[in-house]
Structures are given as C-alpha cells and as structure tokens.
Design a protein around this ligand. Structure first.
Ligand SMILES: Cc1ncc(C[n+]2csc(CCOP(=O)(O)OP(=O)(O)O)c2C)c(N)n1
Length: 704
C-alpha cells in the first residue's frame, strides 16, 4: 500500500534540492539516534531518548527559521531541528558520551538537552513544559527591545522580525505553564512559534486520556491572535507548508502561531521504556506505516527526483560522517572532576567584592524601607534601560488613559509606586496572576540581556514559581557550562509580626532557598541596607532572591536618609549591630530589632550580647561569625523561620564543626515553632520568637 498522501503529491511546489536536502537531514537524524542507541547498549553512552518519528516536522520548521538570528527553545525530540539549524552529529555524540567538549553542557546534562550559544538554541532542561514560559519571556524581550530602543542597543543581537521557536509534546501541553504562556503570549501578541509534537503518547499515557477531547489544537483555537494550524508532522510537504505559514505570521507581528503536528514515536519513550508494555502490535504497525523517513524517500522516488543509486549515495555519505563523528567523540575525555563547581555563579562578576562596597552620600530626611527600596529601583531604572519591573499590581494603573486621573497603585505595599508613571508602561507593568509565569518569563528576558526585577506579591505565594527557580533559573548557567545565564532579581515581602497576617501572609521559608546552589539570598533589616543591597542585587550577574521583611517596611526605628545613587553593600558581609562580650546572637530580618530590644534587660543582668545581622543569607559572613564566636565563646542563632531543618541548623552545625574548641556552651537556636503562623495576635506571639524568649535564651547561655 502506498503511503503517499495528496499533500505529498502537491509537493511539486517544493524544489527538488530542498527535498533532497531535507531527506538527507531526516536520514541523518535517524542514524544519529540509531548510533546513540548502540552506544548506550555498549555502555559508552549513559542515556538515550530519540527524536525518531519527529524528524520531518523538525527539519521543516528549521528550514523557515534562522539559526543565530531567531531564538530556539526546543525539547528533547528535536534532534532533526537542531541538525538542520547547524548542530553537527559530532556535537551530538560528544553529548552522548558526556565529554568535556560537549558544546551543549560539557557533560553535565543528558544527551538531547540541546544548547548552542552561537545558534541561539537556549539550553534545555528536563522538566516538561518549563521552556514554554522562558520562550515567551524571550519573545517579551523582543517586544521590549522594540519599545525601548536604548535597551536593544545595549543588549545587541535584536532583529525586528525575529521569532522565538518553542516545542513541546502532547503530554507537556497539560502543564499549567503551557496555558499561562498562551494567555500571556496571545494577550501581548508576542512573536512565539509553538510546535506541539503530538506523538499520541506521554510515555504510556495516550493523548485522549491526556487532553480533554484528545485534540490540543481544538482546545486552543479560541485564544485571540493565535494562528492555529494542524498538520501531519510525518508528511514533509504538509509540515513545510504549515511551518512557512506560521513563521510568516509571527514575523509579521500578527501574534503567536501554534502548529499541532501529528507525529509518531516508534522507538519507545526512551531506552528505559518498552512501549510493547502498553501499545499493541496493531497500534505499532499502524504508526510504522507513517514513518517520516520512509515517506520522504517514497516521495522522492515517486517523483523520480532521485535515482535509487543517488539515494544510496546520500545515505552512505551520512553513514560515513556519523562513523567518523562517533570515533572522534569516543576518544574525547570527560571534564576533570575538580571542575564540577564551576559556573554555579558568574565567573566574572563577584557581588562579594569591594567593587560592590560603595559608600553612602546621605541626603535629606530619614526614609522608610519602602521609600528606600523604591529609590533604589528608580536609580537603577534611570541608570540602565535594561532594568524592567513587572509583577502583580506593581504598576500604577494598567490603563494608561486613566493614569493621569488616579494616584496609582504601585504594588500592594507601594514599593514600586510611581515607576510606571516615571519610566513608562514598557518598563514597569502589571503581570497576570501567575507566579511561574512571572519567574519563567523573567528568565527568558534575562537570557536576552535584560535585567528584570520582578515582584512576588507575598513570599507565601512563591511556590508555583519554584520549578522555574530551582530547576531552571539556578541551573541555566551551570548546565550550559556558562554559555547562557539569567541574572534577575525576585523581590518578595516575607514574614510575620503583622498581627493578623495568618498562615498565608506571614510565612517565612528562606532556608528552602538558601539550600539551593546558585541562588543569592538576601534579607535586609534596615532601610539603608535594603537600599544598598538591592542595588548590588540588580548589578549582580546571578539570580537573586531579595526578601523584604514586610513588618519592617514602615517602621521608624530602621529609617535612614537616602544614601545616593551608587550606594552598595556587598553580599556576604554581616553588620555588627552591637558589640558585646558575653555571647553572640547571629540573626537577620525582623529579629534583629527584637534582639536589640533584649539588650536593656540583659545588660541590667550584666550580660552583654554581641549582635550580628547577617543581611545576606547566601553567601553569608562566616568570617564575622567566627571572629565573634572566638571572642564570646557562646552563640545563639536566632530566626523567624521554623526551627527544624532551618537556617540556624546550618550555622549551628558549622560553628560546632569548625569552632568547637572555642565554645564554652552548646550552640543554641531560637526560632519559630514548627507550625504555621496563626491569625490571632496572641496565637501568633506564641509561635514566633518574642523579646522575652530572647532574654531567656541569652540568660541561659550566659550562665551555662
Ligand atoms: C514536570 C515533569 N514531570 C514529569 C516528567 C517525566 N517525563 C519525562 S517525559 C514525560 C512524557 C512527556 O510526554 P510528551 O510531552 O507527550 O512528550 P513525548 O515524550 O511524547 O515527546 C514525562 C512524564 C518530567 N520530565 N517533567
């Protein structure tokens, strides 16, 4: 039975050269997969996931796109797309064997996690669907560069008709991030070209179970401005035509486009899977009839565009290239083990260095923490057009025509008040209510050279963004071996002592973030520190979590005059709040002031605590802690977050480990009880450390 469809017969619109080249690429992709499977079976590669069955749509899409000009967020089945863009079989085999010279990751990631700085293929991770929000962020970057020309000049590499390609499987289209991405991309008509490669299964789950009604294209058709096309992704002419229409639509800035391409997955999900466990022989045979490689070969034969001999010569040429590439890759060495810590953070910008230690030049009356954070944002936005602020409610008024008539919102705590009015709606705007989207898009924009400073409205609601933070933003530089990075700042009001904040507006949880390699975590306790640390955060080259104790936002005790537009405090430098001799209190955030309140009653008893405000939680100032403990020989670690497995546990463990011989008493911790913050103030007080608790703990330590 012939497998040639009507579409294939219409292929005369395509040139012979194009089809022959496409065949060569489809064949190459197939053979690289076959070879990698062999390497895996010989234990010379450690993982294999194939692009088999997806080759045609990949080559067709790539033929309409420009490597190193457009931007690419492919997924693991996109081997053929990447080959067509310019990744070589040799590059791919270096990834298979995990060689140091693997251009995608230097042996840090599994094969098929594509990355190429030169080609603009942004390093891919393994979580399904996370790349979609980042792609939308990259496209939001395109729109930003269009609107803020000075930023485009500084960031370089922007093209007015560039397209951001992103692909995903039918399974990944169930992730909430896919829907968040469509909502934003369609709302802002961003230049995103989505390809959903529907092979009918997500591992073993069939698409009719995965997707309501079994068709993702049917579901997305009502998104405004979205061009939705459906094609047989194993049919080259049909795929080529659909991709051409989609790319043209996006280049013309009509909005995003989505191709729903029906493909097959005949080699099981990965080499760890055996699809015969859940696909019957009939289903597998039916799929095999749509093999894109066979179909393209049949088309070439049917049209008599290549002789059998010429086809064999093409294949032999590819086989030869692959053999040589494999031999070369097998001789490649892995990276030396002592390089594993490299590139967690920027190798060129060190926020702990003296470059970030800039003195204050005070002006005017004392201001609150809210005022001085706002001032730092204003200064940085004025200094650098790449600084962009977005989040929920951060703008003054989304509808610009209403802006002159109102005072403006500027954040639920007013921290961003006036930024939209002053710098315009392109540089400070409201985001939709979707935290993963805020962080994922910030990451895509940062990859394009922008500096997003985004707000998570309350720390309590950061969790939907956790995947984007933990698995994406923090790993990007490391996993791409320093080819890509995404320095941006997440500001989040944190903590309790609000009297009424309750479970969902008073949470702490900083230790969950200080546990994450590659994240800078800071928490100022004064207005001045907030100003100086935020400037450092914005000029830093790494992702920063900037935690703002909201209890301290408008306190008068921590106010300071404006310190000037270049004031900076380096990360990893604690503040000596109070000198003392009896014991050291290591603390940060709201508890700094509570510790200060305990001084008077303690001094009356002859106890003189030394108080250290860490300010920066990762990195933290071990030198100052060590010097103080060596002097006082007693230490209390004090924090607002729950005690167990908390921030204090790490500090206490290190003190016990490295300063044991200087201690005259056990290292003590005082922190919140292991429970949530309740609504009633009396109950809240029972959970969070109080000044009287600090006095008791210090007294006990002093008399130990
Ligand atoms: C967030 C997340 N959940 C689960 C997994 C495990 N996983 C890897 S691939 C996959 C199926 C993906 O199916 P689909 O999106 O249809 O792509 P396909 O592999 O079929 O091309 C799953 C569940 C993962 N990588 N990431």
């Amino acid at each position: 039975m012939s497998t040639v469809t009507n579409h294939e017969v219409k292929a005369t619109k395509l040139t012979k050269e194009l089809l022959v080249d496409a065949y060569r690429m489809v064949y190459m992709s197939r053979r690289v997969d076959d070879k990698e499977i062999q390497l895996k079976r010989q234990n010379r590669a450690f993982f294999q996931i194939s692009g088999v069955g997806h080759e045609t749509i990949g080559v067709a899409a790539a033929l309409h796109l420009k490597a190193g000009y457009d931007w690419f967020y492919p997924y693991y089945r996109d081997r053929a797309l990447c080959l067509q863009l310019g990744v070589t079989p040799y590059d791919m085999f270096l990834g298979s064997v995990g060689a140091q010279d693997d251009p995608a990751s230097g042996g840090r990631q599994m094969p098929s996690h594509w990355s190429s700085k030169k080609l603009h293929i942004v390093s891919q991770s393994s979580p399904t669907g996370t790349q979609i929000l980042q792609a939308v962020g990259a496209a939001e970057g395109s729109q930003y560069f269009e609107l803020v020309k000075e930023a485009a000049e500084l960031a370089k590499g922007f093209h007015a008709d560039e397209v951001v390609y992103v692909s995903l499987g039918d399974g990944a289209s169930s992730e909430g991030e896919f829907w968040e991405s469509l909502n934003w991309a369609c709302g802002r008509r961003l230049p995103v070209f989505y390809v959903v490669e529907d092979n009918g299964y997500a591992i073993s789950v069939p698409v009719d179970v995965q997707t309501a009604g079994g068709s993702i294209s049917r579901l997305v058709k009502s998104f405004p401005h979205l061009l939705v096309l459906e094609c047989d992704g194993t049919d080259f002419p049909e795929s080529y035509e659909a991709a051409g229409k989609a790319v043209e639509y996006v280049r013309q800035r009509k909005g995003p486009a989505l191709i729903h391409a029906h493909v097959i997955r005949p080699y099981s999900h990965s080499l760890s899977d055996d699809e015969r466990l859940y696909k019957s022989d009939e289903v597998r045979q039916e799929e095999a009839r749509r093999d894109p490689l066979t179909r393209l070969a049949n088309l070439l034969r049917q049209e008599e565009w290549v002789s059998e001999k010429a086809l064999k010569e093409i294949e032999a040429g590819v086989d030869r290239e692959i053999r040589e590439a494999v031999d070369q890759a097998l001789a490649a060495e892995p990276a030396p083990p002592n390089t594993v810590l490299r590139f967690l953070c920027s190798p060129t910008v060190d926020p702990t260095s003296s470059q970030f230690d800039q003195p204050a030049k005070f002006h005017g009356e004392p201001k609150t923490m809210v005022d001085l954070i706002n001032a730092a944002l204003r200064d940085e936005m004025a200094r650098d057009p790449r600084v962009v602020v977005f989040g929920e409610d951060v703008a003054d008024c989304s509808h610009e025509n209403e802006l002159p008539k109102v005072k403006g919102k500027g954040g639920v705590f007013k921290v961003t008040h006036g930024l939209q009015r002053h710098f315009g709606s392109a540089r400070c705007y409201n985001s939709h209510l979707a935290e993963a989207s805020i962080v994922g898009r910030a990451m895509g924009m940062a990859t394009r050279g922008l500096k997003p400073v985004v707000e998570i409205q309350f720390f309590d609601y950061i969790w939907p963004a956790m995947m984007q933070i933990r698995d994406e933003a923090l790993t990007l530089r490391w996993r791409s071996n320093n080819d890509f990075s995404c320095p941006f700042v997440i500001r989040a009001p944190i903590g309790g002592y609000l009297a009424g904040g309750a479970i969902y507006h008073s949470q702490s949880g900083e230790s969950i973030f200080t546990h994450l390699p590659g994240l800078r975590v800071v928490m100022p306790a004064t207005a001045l520190d907030a100003n100086g640390l935020l400037r450092t955060a914005i000029r830093c080259d790494d992702p920063v979590l900037f935690l703002e104790p909201k209890h301290l936002y408008r306190q008068t005790h921590n106010r300071a005059p404006y310190p000037g537009r270049d004031y900076m405090i380096p990360f990893g430098k604690a503040r000596l709040v109070q000198e003392g001799t009896t014991l050291t209190i290591v603390t940060y955030g709201s508890l700094v002031h509570l510790a200060v309140q305990s001084l008077k009653p303690l001094e009356q008893e002859g106890i003189q605590p030394e108080i250290l405000d860490l300010r920066s939680l990762n990195p933290y100032d071990w030198e100052l802690i060590a010097a103080s403990v060596k002097k006082t020989n007693r230490v209390l670690v004090l924090h607002e977050d729950n005690i167990s497995w908390g921030y204090g546990a790490e500090i206490a463990a290190r003190i016990a480990d490295e300063l044991f011989e200087f201690l005259d008493a056990p290292v003590r911790r005082l922190a919140a009880k292991d429970v949530y913050v309740p609504y009633h103030p009396v109950l809240e007080d029972a959970v969070l450390p109080q000044p009287a608790d600090i006095v008791r703990a210090a007294r006990a330590l002093a008399s130990y």
